[in-house]
Design a protein around this ligand. Structure first.
Ligand code: UD1
Length: 371
C-alpha cells in the first residue's frame, strides 16, 4: 500500500550542513526511484538561523548543493537559554502548520536539542542522526544536548558501535537504535574531487605536507583569558617549526578582541577568516598534521589518515583515537606530541567501519522501516 511520509529536516549551525546535504540528496534519489515500494517521501528544510554569516552558513549551502531552506527561523546568536528558547518558540508553530510524520535532527548543537524538545511535547517522531556519542563531560554544552536529544528521540541513528553501547547503558531500548555509519563521510566522499581541486594552498602559499592546520573554538579553550593566551603562545612556538594556518571561528576572534590578544604579531602564523567546506577538506588532507578541538575535523583527518592532535581532555568520537589518526593532547604535552608526529614517516590509522559513503541510504531506509 502506498504510504506518504513528510519529514522536516533541521539544520542550524555549521557542522550540521555537511550532515543534512547527503540526507536531502538521498530523499531526492528515493523519490525518483520507481522501485521505492510506493512510499512517497516529502521533506521541508528548516534552517534555524543559529549560524547566519555568509562564511558560517551560505557558503556551505552553495558548495554542498543544499537547496535553499523552505523556512528560516532566523534565531541568531544568544545565550544558551535564549538561543534554545527562540528556536523552540519559532519551531512550534511550524510543526503545527506542517504536521510532519518525522523531524530529522543531526549532531549536537542547540538547534538539535530545541527542535527535539518541541517535537517530544507535540508527539511528533524524531530521528536523531549521530546519536549516542558521549564525551562523558557535562561541562560541554554539546554533551547536554546529546543526552537530552537521545533520551527523547524515537529513532537513534548511530555512527559507530560505541554509540550503541552508550545508549544501551542509558537504558534506551535496542529497538530504537540503528547503526547506520558516519553521514559526514558521505559528504566528504561526494566532495573529494572538488576539495582536491581547491586553489587554497597556492592562495595562501602553503606546500603539501608542509604546514599545520589549526581550528579552535570550544568554550573550554577560548572563553577563558588564561587558556586562550597560553594557546596562542603555544601556536607561536609551533609556527617556529612549520607554517601554521588558523581559520578563526567568530567566537575565537571575539574572545581574542575581548582579551586584547594581538593576532598579527606571530611569525609563521596565518590567521584567516573561516573557510568553506572544500578549502577545509583540502587543507585537512594536505596538512602535515591538524591541531583542533572540532568534532568534525577529528573525523575528517581520520578519513585522510592525516595525524590529528585534539586539544581536549576527552572526545565523544573515540573511534578516531582507537582506529584513526587522532590523539588527545594538552598544552603540557603538546610539544612532545608534535615531535612524535613529525618524527613518524608512515601514516597511521584505518578508516572505521561504515565510513563508506552510504550512510544516508541507511538513514532513509531506517526511517521508512520505523514508520
Ligand atoms: C556552535 C555549537 C558547537 C559547534 C559550533 C561550530 C552549540 C551549543 N554549539 O558553537 O557545537 O561546534 O557551533 O561552529 O550549539 N557568530 C557569528 N556568526 C555566526 C554564528 C556565530 O559571528 O554565523 C558568533 C557570535 O558572536 C556568537 C558566537 O559566534 O555569539 C558563538 O556562536 P554560537 O552559535 O553560540 O556557538 P558556536 O561557538 O558557534
Amino acid at each position: 500500500m502506498s504510504k506518504k511520509l513528510k519529514t522536516l529536516i533541521i539544520a542550524g549551525a555549521r557542522p550540521n550542513f555537511m550532515k543534512v546535504a547527503p540526507i536531502i540528496q538521498q530523499i531526492q534519489r528515493y523519490s525518483e526511484d520507481v522501485a521505492n515500494n510506493g512510499t512517497q517521501l516529502e521533506y521541508r528544510l528548516i534552517h534555524t538561523g543559529q549560524h547566519y554569516d555568509e562564511k558560517m552558513s551560505d557558503v556551505f549551502f552553495a558548495e554542498l548543493g543544499i537547496p535553499a531552506p523552505d523556512i528560516n527561523l532566523a534565531v541568531g546568536s544568544g545565550s544558551h537559554a535564549e538561543q534554545t528558547a527562540n528556536v523552540m518558540i519559532k519551531f512550534e508553530p511550524i510543526c503545527e502548520q506542517e504536521k510532519p510524520d518525522w523531524v530529522v535532527v543531526v549532531g549536537d548543537v542547540n538547534s538539535t536539542l530545541a527542535c527535539t524538545l518541541v517535537c517530544a511535547k507535540l508527539g511528533i517522531k524524531v530521528a536523531h542522526v549521530e546519536a549516542g556519542l558521549r564525551s562523558y563531560d557535562r561541562s560541554m554544552p554539546e554533551e547536554v544536548n546529546r543526552i537530552v536529544t537521545d533520551a527523547l528521540a524515537d529513532l537513534l541513528l548511530t555512527p559507530s558501535a560505541d554509540a550503541n553501547e552508550n545508549l544501551i547503558r542509558e537504558g534506551i531500548p535496542a529497538s530504537k537504535i540503528r547503526l547506520v555509519g558516519n553521514v559526514m563521510i558521505d559528504s566528504l566522499m561526494n566532495n573529494l574531487e572538488k576539495a582536491r581541486s581547491s586553489p587554497i594552498l597556492d592562495r595562501i602559499g602553503l606546500k603539501q605536507k608542509g604546514f599545520v592546520y589549526v581550528t579552535l573554538h570550544r568554550p573550554s579553550n577560548v572563553d577563558k583569558q588564561s587558556a586562550l593566551t597560553l594557546l596562542m603562545s603555544a601556536l607561536g612556538k609551533v609556527a617556529k617549526e612549520l607554517p601554521v594556518v588558523f581559520p578563526m571561528h567568530p567566537r575565537t576572534r571575539k574572545m581574542c578582541e575581548q582579551f586584547n590578544i594581538p593576532l598579527d604579531e606571530i611569525d609563521g602564523l596565518q590567521i584567516v577568516d573561516p573557510l568553506g567546506y572544500h578549502d577545509s577538506l583540502c587543507l585537512t588532507e594536505a596538512a602535515r598534521f591538524v591541531l583542533t578541538d572540532s568534532g568534525g575535523l577529528q573525523e575528517e583527518s581520520t578519513y585522510f589518515k592525516t595525524p590529528c592532535l585534539t586539544l581536549r581532555s576527552n572526545t565523544e568520537r573515540p573511534v578516531t583515537v582507537t582506529m584513526g589518526s587522532n590523539k588527545l593532547s594538552n598544552l603540557d604535552r603538546l610539544s612532545a606530541d608534535i615531535d612524535e608526529v613529525l618524527g613518524r614517516n608512515t601514516t597511521i590509522g584505518q578508516i572505521p567501519p561504515l565510513w563508506d559513503g552510504r550512510t544516508s541510504e541507511r538513514i532513509i531506509s531506517s526511517i521508512i522501516e520505523a514508520s
